[in-house]
Design a protein around this ligand. Structure first.
Ligand SMILES: [Ca+2]
Length: 410
C-alpha cells in the first residue's frame, strides 16, 4: 500500500466510518460519494493503491486502500463507477462479480499506472451492458482485463484514451456456455509511445460480434477462438500496428470478416490466419493500405469444406513488398491488389476451386520496379478473366487471364 495513513486523514476516516457516512472528503482531495447511481471516487494527486469490489449483490461496491474513505467502506445503489486519480503512481484493482449492467470509468491522470480488472457477469442476468472507459495523462501504463460472461445477452464497450508513454494492454474476453448474443466494441487511442496490445476472445455465444480499432498500437495480437458450433461470428478489425497478428478460429455457420487498416511509413509485418472448422459461408472484405517501406503481408484462409467470398483491396505502396494470400476454400474473389512501386513479390494462391464473378478481377498490379506476380488456381478457375499488369520494370509473371507488361513468365 502506498496510501498515506497518517493523522489527520486517519482521524477523519475513523470519524466518517463511525458516523456511517457514505461521502467523505479529506484535506488532500480524497473523496467518494454516490450521486444518481454513480460512485465518484477521487484520490487526489497522491499515489493510489486501491481495490474496488463490485457485487455479488447488485449495486453493492466495497472500496479498499483509500485513506479518507476507510478500508472496506460499502456503497449501495451503484450502477456506474467513476474512479479518478491524479499525478503519482497508481495501482488499481477492480474485482467485479455481479449480475448487473455497469459503467466503469477510470482516469489515472499523469504518471505510471497499473490497472487490473477482473469482471464476471453471471447467467442470472438475462441482459447486461458493460462499458469500460480507461484514460490517462502522460505516463507508461499497464492494463489487464479478464472478462467472463455467461449472461444470455451481453454488450460490452471498451475505450481507452491515453497521453504519451508506452502502454501495455492485455485482455481476455470469455463468453461461456449460456451466452447467446454477445457484441464487443473496442476502440483504443493510446497516445504517443510504443504500445503492445493483446486481445484474446474465447467464444461460445451463438452470435458473437467483435468490432475493434487498435488505434496507434504498435504491436497487436488479436485472437478469436470459437471452436464450438455457433450460428454467426463477425469480426471487424482495424489496425495500423506495425506488427499485426490476427488469428481467427471459427465453427460458425456464417463467418463475416472485415479486416484492414491504414498503415504508416514504417516496415509492417501483417499476418492473418483464418481457420474455418466446419462448412460455412465465409465472407471476407479486406481494406488494407501500407506505406512507402518494405512490408510483409501474409493471409491464410483455411477450411476446405467452406466457401469463401473474398473482396476489397490491398495496396502496399512503395517499397519492396512481399504479399501472399492463400485460400484452400472454394473461393470466389473480386479482390484488387496493387503492390505499387518497388520490386515486389505478390502471390494469390487458390488451392480450391476458384470462381471469378466480375471481369478484370481479381486485379494484380505490379507498378514500378521489377516485380514477381503470381495468380494461381490449383484446381482451375471459372467465370470471368482476371487482370495482371506488371507495369514498368523487368517483371516475371505466373498466372492467367489478361496479362500486360510482364517480361518473363515462370
Ligand atoms: Ca510498401
Amino acid at each position: 500500500m502506498t496510501c498515506n495513513r497518517n493523522h489527520p486523514v486517519r482521524a477523519f476516516r475513523l470519524h466518517a466510518v463511525a458516523l456511517g457516512l457514505l461521502a467523505a472528503t479529506s484535506a488532500w482531495g480524497q473523496s467518494a460519494a454516490v450521486t444518481n447511481g454513480t460512485l465518484n471516487i477521487s484520490t487526489g494527486p497522491i499515489s493510489a493503491d486501491a481495490k474496488v469490489v463490485v457485487g455479488p449483490a447488485p449495486g453493492v461496491v466495497q472500496v479498499f486502500g483509500i485513506a479518507a474513505i476507510g478500508d472496506g467502506a460499502i456503497f449501495n445503489g451503484v450502477r456506474a463507477i467513476n474512479f479518478t486519480t491524479g499525478a503519482g503512481e497508481d495501482k488499481l484493482q477492480f474485482d467485479i462479480d455481479s449480475p448487473q449492467s455497469l459503467d466503469l470509468r477510470i482516469d489515472t491522470g499523469s504518471g505510471p499506472a497499473e490497472t487490473m480488472i477482473s469482471w464476471r457477469v453471471p447467467s442470472t442476468i438475462a441482459s447486461a451492458v458493460g462499458t469500460l472507459d480507461i484514460r490517462s495523462g502522460a505516463g507508461a501504463t499497464k492494463t489487464f482485463l479478464n472478462l467472463e460472461s455467461t449472461a444470455p445477452d451481453f454488450r460490452f464497450g471498451w475505450n481507452m484514451l491515453n497521453g504519451g508513454g508506452n502502454k501495455e494492454v492485455e485482455a481476455k474476453l470469455a463468453y461461456k456456455a449460456g451466452s447467446v448474443n454477445v457484441a464487443n466494441d473496442v476502440v483504443l487511442s493510446l497516445g504517443g509511445g510504443t504500445h503492445k496490445v493483446a486481445v484474446t476472445v474465447e467464444n461460445e455465444a451463438s452470435k458473437y460480434g467483435l468490432r475493434m480499432n487498435s488505434g496507434n498500437a504498435t504491436e497487436l495480437a488479436a485472437i478469436v477462438q470459437s471452436p464450438n458450433r455457433t450460428s454467426a461470428l463477425n469480426v471487424d478489425l482495424t489496425s495500423s500496428a506495425r506488427t499485426t497478428m490476427v488469428d481467427i478460429q471459427s465453427a460458425a455457420d456464417a463467418l463475416d470478416l472485415a479486416l484492414g487498416g491504414n498503415y504508416g511509413p514504417v516496415q509492417n509485418n501483417i499476418n492473418y490466419s483464418v481457420v474455418q472448422l466446419r462448412p460455412a459461408a465465409v465472407n471476407a472484405r479486406l481494406g488494407l493500405r501500407t506505406g512507402v517501406v518494405n512490408d510483409k503481408i501474409e493471409m491464410k484462409f483455411d477450411g476446405e469444406t467452406s466457401r469463401l467470398s473474398l473482396g476489397g483491396f490491398v495496396e502496399t505502396g512503395a517499397g519492396n513488398d512481399e504479399l501472399k494470400i492463400e485460400s484452400n476454400m472454394v473461393s470466389n474473389t473480386t479482390l484488387a491488389v496493387d503492390v505499387g512501386a518497388g520490386s515486389d513479390v505478390a502471390e494469390l494462391f487458390f488451392k480450391g476451386p476458384l470462381f471469378l464473378p466480375l471481369p478484370g478481377l481479381p486485379r494484380l498490379l505490379g507498378g514500378d520496379g521489377n516485380d514477381q506476380l503470381r495468380l494461381i488456381a490449383e484446381r482451375g478457375a471459372t467465370g470471368q478473366q482476371p487482370r495482371i499488369d506488371c507495369g514498368p520494370g523487368f517483371d516475371a509473371v505466373r498466372g492467367f487471364g489478361v496479362i500486360l507488361n510482364c517480361e518473363t513468365s515462370n
